[in-house]
Write a protein that binds this ligand. Structure first.
Ligand code: AMP
Ligand code: ZN
Length: 485
């Protein structure tokens, strides 16, 4: 299979660049993963879904992947909380790590090849610090080891941060930082109190700084740098700048990362969703409100990864309606082509003789290849929905078996990315009623209600009910529909 070309907006150059992995049959990708001290919020989930979209797009493009996401199970918050709860770090982080994997499953995020943990990579971190020491980039103060930024001329290369205003000898000890404030950062922290978790190593008894963890885990998994490194935009500085400084400082001849990709934030009322601000929803919060995990996935991936996305339940409802529109067309195809029973055998073939389907397919793939442009890819999915519905509404000669089979295959291929659509007969089909007709009826009812013509509104609802279509009005004023069981 030939490879689909990709371009990515590389944070290193600030430009879109052709993607040229060293080996397309072993593309190496590292993503900063969760700090496991609590449930992830859906902002975090958005960044994990971005990794999934990257994965699924490259797989559809014919690449073979070797991907990692780390589990940050050593961090100031983890150490403090575990002391408070009188637990070991391992006991404290275990349920949160499990909750993280459960969340990934809920929103259909594919399993990666590696999930390295900080607690299992201490030796690699110690080795990296020793190499940095040999290269003269480390100094000690009060038992802690720091990376000396002034001794490293490439500092600022990734984030373009200005280091000229840096005050000499000013350091960061904590894992949390003030934005844009350049300081020497801690590589290794010595143990301050007896109860603090510590590792007895060649560089002292203590624990690693957060940035060191990722640099060391990348080296542990891949033995060198990676083709792609991802994270939320908040990680660009200082976390990724410091990771790059450590890795280039230790191995100046090697390229640490080919392409840096950063995903924008999920916002609430214009502000970044975050634990510290308290303006967050966990996945569980939203599921408890009765929302379908597929709708959450669809909603969070449908915006471009480099656009901010303002979250609201109203917008989530709208996404659900859009998703159902695609699903209903899939059901119509399954019905019209009598394809239900044949589904498993026919779906994996991605070749299209029909020209309109070919066009949708190439537009879909080109959109993904263009820096993972999911909104554009989605526009081609709706074009497919339009084409198919038009053919089915017209019935007769155009709805031939080959067309129906191929359109189903194309929907199936599209679902390799979206992973929210059903191809099995779990829900009853629409018995030839068109989705557009239902939406039109819903719209007519809405207009009738706006005109206070409640008898017409009730009549429309009744007529739909007689055809087995049930309407539900949401608090936000939208109307959803489903087939009666
Ligand atoms: P953490 O568990 O805090 O280490 O974060 C895990 C990932 O979630 C990181 O890549 C963060 O950059 C990302 N992240 C945190 N908040 C948001 C948000 N509001 N929207 C999108 N990504 C976020
Ligand atoms: Zn990281």
């Amino acid at each position: 299979m030939s490879l689909v070309p990709f371009v990515f907006q590389n944070s290193k150059s600030g430009k879109k660049e052709p993607f040229q992995p060293k080996d397309p049959t072993n593309v190496t990708i590292y993503s900063c993963g969760p700090t496991v001290y609590n449930f992830a919020h859906i902002g975090n989930i958005r960044s994990f879904l971005f990794v999934d979209i990257l994965r699924r797009s490259l797989l559809l493009g014919g690449y073979k992947l070797n991907q990692s996401m780390n589990i940050t199970d050593i961090d100031d918050k983890i150490i403090n909380e575990s002391i408070k709860q009188k637990m070991s770090v391992e006991e404290f982080t275990k349920p949160w790590t499990e909750a993280f994997f459960k969340d990934l499953e809920t929103v259909h995020i594919q399993k990666l090849e590696h999930y390295p943990k900080a607690t299992e990579s201490i030796e690699d971190m110690v080795g990296l610090v020793e190499t940095l020491q040999k290269n003269g980039l480390v100094y000690e103060k009060d038992g802690n080891l720091y990376f000396s930024i002034q001794k490293f001329s490439r500092y600022g290369e990734l984030s373009k941060i200005d280091v000229s205003g840096m005050k000499s000898g000013v350091r960061y000890d904590a894992d949390e930082y003030e934005k844009d404030d350049v300081r020497d950062f801690v590589l290794w922290k010595n143990q301050k109190t007896e109860e603090e978790k510590c590792w007895h190593t060649r560089i002292g008894s203590g624990r690693p700084g957060w940035h060191l963890e990722c640099s060391a885990m990348i080296r542990k998994v891949y033995g060198s740098g990676v083709d792609i490194h991802t994270g939320g935009i908040d990680l660009l500085f200082p976390h990724h700048e410091n990771e790059a400084a450590q890795s280039h400082g230790a191995f100046p001849e090697e390229e640490f990362v080919g392409t840096w990709l950063h995903c924008e934030h999920l916002l609430v009322d214009g502000e970044k969703m975050s634990k510290s601000k308290g303006n967050f929803y966990t996945l569980r919060d939203i599921l408890e409100k009765g929302y379908d995990p597929n709708a959450i996935r669809y909603h969070l991936i449908s915006a471009h990864y480099r656009s901010k996305l303002n979250f609201s339940l109203n917008k989530l409802e709208e996404s659900k309606t859009a998703m159902e529109r695609i699903q209903n067309t899939i059901y119509r195809v399954l019905d019209a082509g009598e394809l239900w029973t044949k589904v498993p055998e026919i779906l994996e073939i991605f070749e299209f003789s029909n020209q309109e389907l070919q066009k949708v397919n190439s537009e879909f793939m080109n959109s993904l290849g263009d820096d993972l442009n999911v909104p554009r890819a989605l526009a081609s999915v709706f074009e497919l929905v339009r084409i198919v519905n038009q053919v089915l509404d017209g019935g007769g000669s155009t709805a031939n078996p080959t067309f129906l089979k191929e359109s189903l295959q194309l929907f199936y291929k599209i679902n390799e990315l979206f992973a929210v659509f059903q191809f099995e007969k779990q829900v009853q089909s629409l018995d030839g009623i068109s989705e557009d007709w239902i939406l039109d009826q819903i719209n007519q009812r809405k207009i009738a209600k706006q005109n206070k013509d409640f008898s017409t509104a009730d009549k429309i609802r009744k007529e739909l009910e007689e055809k087995g279509i049930l309407l539900a009005d949401t608090k936000e004023g939208n109307t959803t529909w489903k087939k009666a069981q």
